[in-house]
Design a protein around this ligand. Sequence first.
Ligand code: FES
Ligand code: FE2
Length: 382
Amino acid sequence: MEPLIQPSYYSDTEIFQREQVLIFQNLWNFAGFTTDLQIHNDYICADIGGKSVTVQNFHGELRAFLNVCSHRFSKIHHQPQGNGALKCPYHGWVYNSEGIPVAIPSVQQFDINNITKESLRLEKWLVEVCGKLVFVKRNDDGITLKEFLGSIYDKIANFSEAFGQKINEYQLKINANWKITTENTLEGYHVFSVHKNTFSKYGVPAEKKYICNEIHTAYSDIGNIKYIEKSIEAILLKKAESVVQNRPLKLGSYYHQLIFPNLTIATNDGIAFYVQINQPINPVETKLISHVFVSKLDIKSDLEQSIINTLTQSLTKIFLEVCEEDKAICEIVQLGISSRNEGGGIFSLEEQRVYEFHKAYCKLMNFSLSENLKTSIMESVP
Ligand code: FES
Ligand SMILES: [Fe+2]
């Protein structure tokens, strides 16, 4: 197996612009959690394909819009999440659940009738939910979220329904293309070299399984949850055993799922969940947004709570260290890839999910998988 994405695509501005439309605006992309959209006027904002998008609860119904006022184009919601009317902070226009301006200060100064109001409607995006995860899409090609997620739809719904308390939210700016940071999560080949003092503490996996039959590839690894005996994690897990044994999700393994293109959900046997978005900023910068949840648990005493707190603190500490190690290596990879000529490279069996990622990417970008990718790109750029 050889890489299909050429080195220059990890820094090229034209490629980046093309990705924003074909990979991000045209596909279902993660925007946030239903837990932040519980009551009327709760809203969340997300940056998708270079666009600011907001999802808002209107009396129990979720609607998504381009988060840009139709008057003179200010952003409407400017906090990542909150509760409030869909009201522009600049001159105070208020929009209804259809995205139509319904309250315009000094409206008599404008030449506005109902037809004009209709033409001032906010750009509507599609919004659908899988479990506790909210997805949006700009262009309607008739593919539902359920169709897009395919066979992993139920799994993702089950995972997210098992999310309990959020124990950490973390953002990291990485000086590397979003594909480098995403590909890095798709292979364990680098673990021994990059994470020898963190991830490697989990022990050597007894069995590795790659699930590569669709664009949303997954990995599970039985041995990874067998902590090296006498490690702090092993002792903490033993202590927490009675508290976590009734958790809703038990997989018997570490599990890592990519939701193409840039969302990953990992879990160590349903005890904690790590949701990460590799959000492109520009061709050579990515914002890594991480949410860590502990499983829904039936905690009966202060002692049980304190055992869980100690365990989650320890798991979070390792997770944050791993993120920093990945940031450092991704930035080094970016420096290398930016200096490399086109072609070449090779994947091991452990990197087959990266290969699948390349395949899905090339298909969606309308690149042929032939050797002469450069030519096919130039032909297909509109
Ligand atoms: S720009 Fe939004 S009300 Fe003027
Ligand atoms: Fe890593």
